[in-house]
Design a protein around this ligand. Structure first.
Ligand code: M6R
Length: 615
């Protein structure tokens, strides 16, 4: 996690870095800091808190003049969030300064070594160890900063994206990456450095994404040279043209990014299937699937690896693939899979799902699967992300930037991509008749409209949120395709309102959770038609008998649940496998409104970060 930003050029660095840090706050927001070079000195200011706290502190502490600088927004790993542990960190001499996103695992032994050589440390961070290691190497080996960084990085174990500068060499910033993302924006005689491209999108559309184990010395007025950290070999830089635009990363009149992203779903889902779903020709075109059709069709099973909301999308996909394609599917938490010595063979297809494409556990699971001979297919949102590059093939969700920490449009667009893949495979395998196949295509194409319609229940959902905002616990129940939706609804509520919530398959209720039910317990039951509707209705009866408060998510025109539930929210009718794309919408809105009513920071909930690049 953590966001890093840097600038070198002829403009004032301060406003560029501060604005960039605000865009990267989704990556971590417990402290922030900045170091600027001006007239032979480093001006450094840092603080616990958000970037706006940093801005206030800077006013009283330093002048903001300078055309070279680095900035950081932190998600604490080593050392509590406080002013001292915030980045940037100085080296002991005060000549060097660093920002870092990642973890140096062997920092303790390096620290002991450095202490023996007289170094002292102000913070509890691994990063301060790294900058002093660089200083020690630079001093002892009498090498330039770039070389010292390279030697130091060959001694560290862990993950990093770093930016370092030396006050005696004010025309360069040294950057490097392993396991944490780092992009270099290339402007007219100026360079931008950032964890992703959002901080520099209004200045340039050209960017280089460093690969793992690469570093660069970014020099004023000079072309970028990229080297392999291990063997010093030169790498030809690949300059990508970015598709992002500024509007996509701003709130556009909404109070929060999360609400904007909830409302963007009709559009995002359309973007996901645009050019892929050609219903008039009854065709699905996805190059990554087409090119690997044999591998998919010969697969013994599909293993899906992911974390959090992406894992929930994986669970939905398990139902979709097994029903439509009749291939066995296992869905694994990437964090468990990577460490449990799983049995994988070269007839397995692994699908890795990740919005950010940077989640450390998912990335590690991919590497493990590849090493075991499996073909790995990625479903990512962020173009050019580490997971997108690490996988053998893949499909982007094209949801556009998701800034709110609580994932919303990522979930529905992941399900859309996975549905497209399943339908394409089902057609190739013959597990769907051509008329059923066409029916699915037509219905999928109508989903954005139906999501739009579902969003019109917003004020109803808000009034329900008002009634239950003070509840201590929530239960979410669903069966079949709606079981993962129940999990996702509970996760959304937990992460942004800090209310305890659990998701369960509705029938599991009687094996334990039923004991929790009393007149104070709100229970969200997803009870759409089909999907064992009658059985879910029986579960609702059981809740009613125990005086639980029932919020039913039902199909339009439903009467049975209406008679039993305290509240109902309707969604349009659709095919069973597409139902999650609709039932998830009121649950997103419910959690959003409760969190707003409780005055929580919806877009940046406590302790969380948008992309989890540490394990
Ligand atoms: O970027 P990814 O999809 O790999 O992220 C996985 C999880 O960290 C993420 O879904 C997380 O659970 C969200 N905060 C959920 O809203």
């Amino acid at each position: 996690m953590c966001g890093i930003v840097g600038y070198i050029g002829s403009r004032e660095a301060y406003p560029i870095i501060i604005k960039g840090l605000k865009r990267l706050e989704y990556r971590g927001y417990d402290s922030a800091g900045i170091a600027l070079y001006d007239d032979g000195t480093i001006k450094l200011s840092k603080t616990k808190g958000k970037v706006e706290d940093l801005e206030s502190k800077v006013q009283n502490e330093i002048s903001t003049h300078g055309t070279l600088g680095i900035g950081h927004t932190r998600w604490a790993t080593h050392g509590i969030p406080n002013d001292t542990n915030s980045h940037p960190h100085y080296s002991n001499s005060g000549d060097l300064v660093i920002i870092h996103n990642g973890i140096i695992e062997n920092y303790e032994s390096l620290k002991n070594e450095l202490e023996k050589r007289g170094y002292s440390f102000k913070s509890d961070t691994d990063t301060e160890v790294l900058i002093n290691l660089i200083e020690e190497i630079k001093k002892n080996s009498k090498v330039k900063l770039g070389k010292a960084v390279q030697i130091a990085l060959n001694q560290v174990v862990g993950a990093y994206a770093i930016a370092v500068f030396d006050k005696n060499k004010p025309n360069e910033i040294v950057v490097a990456r392993l396991g944490s993302p780092l992009a270099i924006g290339i402007g007219e005689d100026e360079y931008f450095i950032a964890s992703d491209a959002t901080p520099f999108i209004e200045y340039t559309n050209n960017a280089i994404y460093l690969e793992d184990e690469e570093m660069a010395v970014v020099r004023r007025h000079k072309k970028i040279k990229i080297r392999k950290i291990k063997d010093d070999s030169l790498v030809s830089p690949y300059i990508q043209e970015l598709q992002l635009n500024l509007e996509q990363i701003e709130k556009g009149g909404f109070d929060h990014f999360m609400l904007k992203e909830i409302y963007e779903q009709p559009h995002a889902i359309r973007d996901t299937y645009r050019g892929r779903l050609l219903s008039d020709q009854a065709i699905i075109k996805m190059a990554g699937v087409e090119d690997n059709m044999k591998t998919f069709l010969n697969a013994n099973r599909i293993i899906i690896v992911a974390c959090g909301t992406s894992w929930h999308a994986g669970l939905v996909a398990e139902y979709i693939f097994e029903n439509l394609v009749r291939i066995p599917v296992e869905v694994e938490y990437a964090s468990e899979f990577r460490y449990r010595n799983p049995v994988i063979n070269n007839n397995d297809v692994v699908i890795a799902i990740s919005q950010s494409g940077e989640t450390a556990d998912t990335l590690a699971a991919i590497k493990l699967a590849k090493a075991s001979g499996a073909f790995v297919f990625g479903v990512c949102n962020v173009v050019g992300s580490s997971i997108a590059r690490e996988t053998d093939a893949g499909a982007y969700t094209h949801a556009g930037p998701e800034i709110g920490v609580a994932s919303t449009k990522a979930f529905t667009t992941q399900i859309t991509v996975l549905t497209l893949i399943a339908l394409r495979l089902a057609r190739a395998k013959g597990t769907l008749t051509s008329s059923d196949y066409r029916k699915h295509l037509i219905e999928l194409e109508m989903i954005p409209e139906k999501v739009e319609h579902t969003l019109s229940s917003d004020s109803l959902v808000k009034s329900i949120a008002d009634i239950y905002k003070s509840a201590q616990n929530f239960l979410y129940l669903g069966r079949n395709y709606n079981f993962p939706v129940a999990l996702e609804g509970a996760l959304k509520l937990k992460e942004i309102s800090y209310i305890h919530a659990e998701g369960y398959p509705a029938a599991e209720m009687k094996h334990g959770p039923i004991a929790l039910i009393d007149e104070n317990m709100p229970i969200v039951v997803i009870a759409t038609k089909k999907g064992h509707y009658e059985k879910v209705v029986s579960n609702i009866e059981e809740i009613k008998a125990r005086k639980g408060k029932i919020i039913g998510i039902v199909t339009e025109g439903d009467t049975s649940v209406k008679n039993l539930a305290d509240h109902v929210i309707e969604v349009p009718e659709t095919l069973e496998c597409l139902v999650p794309l609709l039932t998830t919408i009121p649950l997103q809105l419910l959690s959003y409104h409760i969190a707003v009513m409780l005055d929580k920071n919806v877009d940046q909930p406590r302790n969380l970060a948008k992309s989890v690049t540490v394990e």
